[in-house]
Structure formats: structure tokens, C-alpha cells
Design a protein around this ligand. Structure first.
Ligand SMILES: Cc1cc2nc3c(=O)[nH]c(=O)nc-3n(C[C@H](O)[C@H](O)[C@H](O)COP(=O)(O)O)c2cc1C
Length: 526
């Protein structure tokens, strides 16, 4: 029986990596700054070719770009400028700040601890100004290092069991995650962060693709070993986590599969590269739980991938979610005609996690617009039909005009918030958010909870990757929809079981997956 089916490993991992009041006191973290990992993957023997640095102004409103997607239709042209735009606005360095021990290079998307464990690789055919190949994106140089010359897309077609978007994509992006770069600080909980940090990056990427008129689809079903081999990553350290198909060429599948094919398609045909990379740290600490989680959620053959994908259809009406029984408040999101029109590229460059919230209220319209725009659906192979969602959103409202302070649950299908309990919960929110001030001072804290049982029944251990990734994408969209309305936001971590308890009995049986706080950012003194 394939590993993925028995979801005991995902349950064990989830239980073992919960934060609680006791766990953070019995397992204090000491950060060894002398052994801090490098924030970049460096191939010393390969010179990067630089990309154009100018940000193309699409002028597409951020609130449109995050809410929509482009259907696969007529062929879409992709050139190096567009590739540069996609990479810069999802994983490029957008700010840097000196601190006594060095310098932090902040990137376009939020990332736990600013540790940036997600690497991006391109697998493409010939594009305008970019010859076919497998490339690594180097954010420090804003360049591409070519790892393999030639068209290797057929390897991804095979590895995804013929996934339609990959089969027709002029370009596929592979997102990998590097354990140690994040585990240096977050230890075994890092595997959850893979989904969160890959997800926020994908929220930017999907929005920019939409603004550029490109179809994009997130693909989580692939034969892990084949994709890792194509990139030639050391899979004890770095693993492929998600793929993104970009663009659409209707004639591609026929051209990719000529009778006398010259490019390899199976793992045994892909030669190792043996490229040297600079060690991230003096030494690395291993957290085997994460590698067990990864191995148990790996798919081993194209047939297993195709079967996995067939199991993914979910109920878009969220039949497992009871209709409201408490008081409901109708949300009032802004329409396209009314919404702020700040373009996506400006909003991404403006974003940066709030470090302090002013305790001033936001409006119900702002909150409604965020919830509406961020949850209109993600094009992904594990969210079929589009609009399906694995996570449910629960809110602690502290300061939203027209909304009593209290705990709420969001009924996406009805566009309403159901009140679960009224009261001032600032202190509890601060506690639930790992005893930090940010969730206590925010206008609203949005918790993501998921019923893992049906997700694991459908998707196996890989459902754990999917639910964390989806949370990261929706979280990233909430970040952008807050900044598009000139509000602030920050992702946060949390005390798992206390969160579920706080929202129970409604959230009985659900697991805490993600947290984002939103409000007016307080101006910090320099
Ligand atoms: C999922 C997630 C969880 C986070 N958790 C915390 C947190 O618990 N406390 C905190 O102060 N910041 C938290 N952050 C914010 C990160 O520290 C921040 O994204 C990172 O330093 C990069 O800075 P930037 O978002 O301003 O670009 C989190 C961010 C994400 C995406």
C-alpha cells in the first residue's frame, strides 16, 4: 500500500508539533546566531544571467488580481520580462535593513522569521529571450542560473501523471523548501511553515499572473523523487513542495510527445548534475519528524498521482459545515466599481508585516472586502472544483465599526459572519497568538481551522501539505487585500489546542492551521 494512504504519520506530526503554554516553556529555543543559515542558495560554479529589473506597471487593481484567475484559453505569450516580473513580485528582494549582526533582505511575500526557505526553479521550453532549460532563481543577483539546457517539461508531465495545466504550460515553476534554513529557528514545526511560506509566495505569484493575463494553476500532485531529481536537490535537505503551471499553449502536449523524443521523462533517464552549493551553516541539526512527514506524504508513481488527483474533488458547499444557528451579520464588500484601485505591483511593494497595531477600528466594509476577495478560490489540483476550500475562517473581532466585539465564524457561501460569543477578547487573543502583543492590539484576528479527518481521508498524508499551503495562499491574499486598503497585517503563530477550544463547541474536532492579524498599523518611532 502506498505510504500516503495511511495518515497516521500526518496526525503524529501534527500532534507532536503543537504549541502550548507548557511546550514553549519546556522546550525553550536558543538561537545560535553564529550558526545562522545563509538566506540564499549559492551555486559558486554557475554565473547567473541577470534579468530586467524594471517593474512593469500592469495597472490592474490588487483587489481584482487577488480575487480572479485567468482561464486557460487562447495561447498566452510569455517572455523574460514577464518571468522577471513574476519572480520579483513573489520572491524578489524588495527591502533591506541593517541590524547589529548583519543585514536582512526582505522579500516580496511574508515569511516566518524572514528566513526564506522557499527556493524557486523554472522548467521551460523556449520563451522569448529565455532558451529552454531548468533554471534556479537567484534573488540576490536577481538572475537565473541554468542548471540544465533543453526542454525538460515532459519530465513534469510524466511526474504529474499528465496533469492538464502542466501538459499545456510553456513554463512551470517548482517551489522547493529547505529544512534547515527555517528549522534553525522553528525546529520540527518547520514543515508547517513550508506550506505557510510557500503559500504567501504563491498568493503574490497568482495575483501577478492574473494581472499579466496568464493562466496559473498550483499543482501539488507529483512524483516527488522525479521532480527532486530533475532539480538535483539533496532531498535530505531540500524538497519540492509545489509546482505552478504558467501560461497555456493548446498545441503543446502534441509537440512535447514526438515519436522520437530526445528529452528524458523518467527518473532513471535524468542524469545527476553534481553541482556544488555553498553550505548553509557550519553544521545543521536534523529534525527527523519532518523528513518522516515528507516521506509519508510522497507520491511514488504517475499512476498514484493520477489516482490521488481523482480523489481530490471536494464539496464546494462545505456540507460538513453547519448552517448558522447564532445571530448573523451580512457582510458588505466593495464592488469592483467602488474598490480602491491601487495596482498589484504597488501593493506588493508596499506590504511589510505590521510590527505594531494602533487600537483604532477598521470598517465592516474593509473587513468584508478582505474576506470576500481572499476567498474566491485558488486554481489548484487539490481544490477541485475551483472554489473548494479546506480551511474555515474564525475571527476574533476587537475593533470593527458596526460589529460587536466577539468571536465569529465566516460562512463564505452565505457571505455572513455568525456570532459565536460576544465580548472583549483582546487578552485571550494575545494569549492564543503565542502571548504576543500584535494579536491583542489588532482590529481583528483571523484564525484558520480545518477538519483534518475528511481531508486525510481524501488526500492522505499529502492532505497535510495541501491544507497548510491553502492557508498560506489565503493568508497571503488577506495580507494583500489589507494593504490594498491601506491597512496593516501580520501572520502569527498560535497555541493550537487553545485556539480550537476558544472557538468550540462550533470548532469541535477542528485543528488550528494559521493565524493572521489585521488592523491599522501604528507608526513606529525610528
Ligand atoms: C505564517 C506567518 C507567521 C508569522 N508569525 C509571526 C509571529 O508569530 N510573530 C511575528 O512578530 N511575526 C510573525 N510573522 C511575520 C514575519 O516575521 C515577517 O513576515 C517576516 O519578518 C518578513 O517580513 P515582512 O513580512 O515585513 O516582509 C509571520 C509571518 C508569516 C507569513
Amino acid at each position: 500500500m502506498p505510504n500516503n494512504v495511511n495518515s497516521e504519520t500526518a496526525w503524529n506530526y501534527h500532534e507532536a508539533t503543537k504549541h502550548s503554554y507548557t511546550s514553549v516553556r519546556t522546550n525553550p529555543r536558543f538561537l545560535d546566531f553564529g550558526n545562522q543559515p545563509l538566506p540564499f542558495k549559492i551555486y559558486p560554479a554557475l554565473e547567473p544571467s541577470r534579468m530586467p529589473t524594471e517593474v512593469r506597471q500592469t495597472g490592474v487593481a490588487a483587489l481584482s488580481a487577488i480575487a480572479g484567475s485567468v482561464a486557460a484559453g487562447p495561447n498566452t505569450a510569455l517572455d523574460l520580462d514577464a518571468v522577471g516580473q513574476l519572480l520579483y513580485l513573489s520572491a524578489g528582494i524588495t527591502r533591506q535593513r541593517k541590524y547589529p549582526g548583519g543585514e536582512i533582505y526582505f522579500r516580496a511575500a511574508a515569511c516566518t522569521g524572514a528566513l526564506y526557505e522557499v527556493e524557486l526553479y523554472l522548467v521551460c521550453g523556449d520563451l522569448a529571450d529565455l532558451p529552454a532549460g531548468v533554471y534556479h532563481f537567484a534573488p540576490a543577483e536577481f538572475g537565473l542560473r541554468r542548471l540544465r539546457a533543453g526542454d525538460y517539461r515532459s519530465v513534469l508531465v510524466e511526474a504529474t501523471g499528465g496533469e492538464p495545466a502542466i501538459t499545456h504550460a510553456p513554463l512551470a515553476l517548482v517551489c522547493t523548501c529547505t529544512y534547515w534554513r527555517n528549522a534553525w529557528k522553528y525546529q520540527a514545526r518547520t514543515y508547517r511553515h513550508f506550506g505557510w511560506d510557500n503559500g504567501t509566495l504563491l498568493a503574490n505569484l497568482l495575483a501577478v499572473a492574473t494581472a499579466l493575463g496568464l493562466p496559473a494553476e498550483v499543482v501539488c500532485g507529483f512524483v516527488d523523487a522525479t521532480v527532486n531529481r530533475l532539480l538535483d536537490v539533496d532531498s535530505q535537505r531540500e524538497v519540492a513542495f509545489s509546482l505552478v503551471a504558467l501560461g497555456h499553449d493548446s498545441g503543446l502536449s502534441a509537440r512535447l510527445d514526438p515519436p522520437s523524443r530526445t528529452t528524458p521523462r523518467t527518473i532513471s533517464e535524468i542524469s545527476p548534475l553534481g553541482l556544488e552549493t555553498v553550505p548553509l551553516s557550519r553544521d545543521e541539526i536534523d529534525y527527523p519528524l519532518m523528513r518522516e512527514m515528507h516521506a509519508a506524504s510522497s507520491l511514488e508513481s504517475a499512476e498514484e498521482v493520477a489516482a490521488w488527483r481523482r480523489h481530490t474533488p471536494l464539496d464546494p458547499g462545505m456540507a460538513d459545515f453547519p448552517p448558522p444557528t447564532g445571530p448573523v451579520i451580512q457582510l458588505s464588500p466593495l464592488s469592483d466599481a467602488e474598490m480602491p484601485r491601487d495596482p498589484i505591483e504597488q501593493v506588493i511593494l508596499r506590504r511589510g508585516s505590521s510590527r505594531q497595531f494602533a487600537r483604532t477600528p477598521i470598517s465592516l466594509t474593509q473587513l468584508s472586502t478582505m474576506l470576500d476577495r481572499a476567498t474566491r478560490g485558488i486554481p489548484a489540483d487539490f481544490l477541485s472544483p475551483i472554489g473548494s476550500q479546506l480551511n474555515h475562517l474564525y475571527l476574533i473581532v476587537h475593533a470593527v465599526e458596526g460589529l460587536e466585539s466577539g468571536a465569529y465564524v465566516f460562512h463564505r457561501d452565505l457571505g455572513v459572519l455568525e456570532c459565536l460569543k460576544r465580548g472583549n477578547f483582546r487578552d485571550q487573543a494575545g494569549y492564543l497568538g503565542l502571548e504576543q502583543q500584535l494579536p491583542a492590539d489588532a482590529a481583528v484576528d483571523i484564525f484558520f481551522l480545518a477538519d483534518l479527518r475528511p481531508i486525510f481521508d481524501r488526500l492522505g498524508n499529502r492532505g497535510y501539505r495541501a491544507v497548510q499551503l491553502e492557508a498560506g495562499v489565503i493568508g497571503g491574499k488577506l495580507y494583500l487585500s489589507a494593504y490594498a486598503q491601506r491597512l496593516g497585517a501580520t501572520g502569527l503563530t498560535f497555541y493550537d489546542d487553545d485556539v480550537s477550544r476558544f472557538f468550540s463547541p462550533h470548532a469541535e474536532g477542528k485543528s488550528a492551521i494559521f493565524l493572521i492579524a489585521v488592523g491599522e498599523s501604528a507608526k513606529l518611532r525610528p
